[in-house]
Design a protein around this ligand. Structure first.
Ligand code: NDP
Ligand code: GDP
Length: 337
């Protein structure tokens, strides 16, 4: 029976990955940081809260990582924990760097010392491409991060490759483009949209207030992406892989897709901060824009080329953006009943 450690098990990807590994017969360990009220809601939502063994640790506390790696021996170690919200990374840049950059080398060095045979997965991100140097972005595209989050993740990405080359560790990075689900954090734009629209569809009157509607993202379904993570660690050789759908969509269109799933037909007017959307059917104001949600530096366009993952891992995204928006909007609408 194989065993795995998942850091960030309380997060979106941690929950889906835990469910996938349990289905595959793994013993699943989860590492989480202490909080007054442990956030097990995602594990509960998937019906697996009692099926994983939980351990305390913190990316910013080296001793807790050393103890975790020394005491809990596993075949595979998935490092999904991070300060994962780009927007917050300008508010807490030092914490973001400590967790997302130094946290990675703390884990890798503990593995090198106590468990060098353990296979390691690093949660790298399309945010590393930032101000993109190539369209679409692939494993070889030059990096140009645009936020403290992206900069810290670049360090995590490079140190993973460096430990692979320096010490022969089976350490792989998944360069994952945005992936969403009904379990996505409410601060990310897709979930903010589906939660806001569900409230409006249930009779709410406060418009959804967003920032830059023109940014474009390559959005897939988180359930598909955790399968790709697992496949990376089943390869004989460690490597880096882009996971993406290969399709990019402006924020504005994601709003329209989600609204349509809830029976609204949006009419957009204005540009930039003057943009707004009303429901053609009811005349209700649905979307407004505020400077408040614009970022100090933006990532305008992300679109990934998943050819290598398709070729080497036999992986492909199975859920398109319209289906994803519909899935998330309906889940939020039903939950608000
Ligand atoms: P979430 O925000 O849902 O989960 C992040 C997890 O990290 C949570 O379990 C959180 O714990 C934990 N965490 C945060 N800080 C610490 C810390 N100091 N010590 C220990 N644990 C901590 O993110 P996702 O599941 O969406 O993403 C998983 C990983 O993939 C992240 O590394 C993210 O940066 C990366 N990624 C995500 C993408 C996406 O589109 N989802 C795209 C590309 C990369 P708590 O519950 O206590 O907050
Ligand atoms: P990111 O790609 O990891 O930054 O994921 P997000 O979901 O946080 O943001 C995706 C894009 O949506 C970015 O270009 C944001 O600028 C844009 N966006 C527009 N309005 C909002 C908003 O209200 N909240 C968030 N989180 N993003 C917004």
């Amino acid at each position: 029976m194989k065993s795995a450690m998942i850091t960030g098990i309380t997060g979106q990807d941690g929950a889906y990955l835990a469910r996938l590994l349990l289905k595959k017969g793994y013993i699943v360990h989860g590492a989480l940081r202490r909080s007054a009220q442990p956030a097990l809601t995602r594990l509960q939502a998937l019906g697996i809260a009692g099926k994983v063994q939980l351990h305390d640790f913190d990316l910013c506390d080296e001793n807790s990582i050393l103890r975790l790696v020394r005491d809990v021996k596993v075949d595979e170690f998935y490092n999904l924990a991070a300060q994962s919200f780009v927007g917050a990374s300008w508010d807490v840049p030092v914490f973001t760097s400590d967790a997302n950059a130094m946290g990675v080398v703390r884990i890798l060095d503990a593995l090198r010392t106590f468990a060098p045979q353990t296979r390691y997965y690093q949660a790298s991100t399309s945010e590393m491409f930032g101000c993109v140097r190539e369209v679409p972005q692939r494993e070889t595209t030059a990096l140009y991060p645009r936020s403290p989050y992206g900069v810290a993740k670049v360090y995590g990405h490079y140190i993973t490759g460096n430990y692979r080359e320096s010490f022969g560790m089976h350490a792989s990075s998944g360069i994952l483009f945005n992936h969403e689900s009904p379990l996505r954090g409410a601060e990310f734009v897709t979930r903010k949209i589906t939660l806001g629209l569900s409230r409006l569809a249930r009779g709410g009157t406060d418009p959804l207030v967003l920032g830059n509607l023109d940014a474009q993202r390559d959005w897939g379904f988180a359930g598909d992406y955790v399968e790709g993570m697992w496949r990376m660690l089943q390869q004989d050789q460690p490597d880096d892989y882009v996971l993406a759908t290969g399709v990019t969509t402006p924020i504005r269109d994601f709003v329209s897709h989600a609204a349509e799933a809830l029976g609204m037909r949006l009419e957009w007017t204005g540009q930039g901060t003057q943009a707004k959307a009303d429901d053609r059917i009811t005349g209700k104001r649905i979307v407004e824009v505020s400077e408040r949600f614009f970022r100090p530096a933006e990532v305008d366009l992300l679109i990934g080329d998943p050819a290598k993952a398709q070729r080497s891992l036999g992986w492909r995204a199975t859920v398109g953006v319209r289906e994803l928006a519909t899935m998330m909007a309906r889940a939020d609408y039903d939950a608000a009943a």
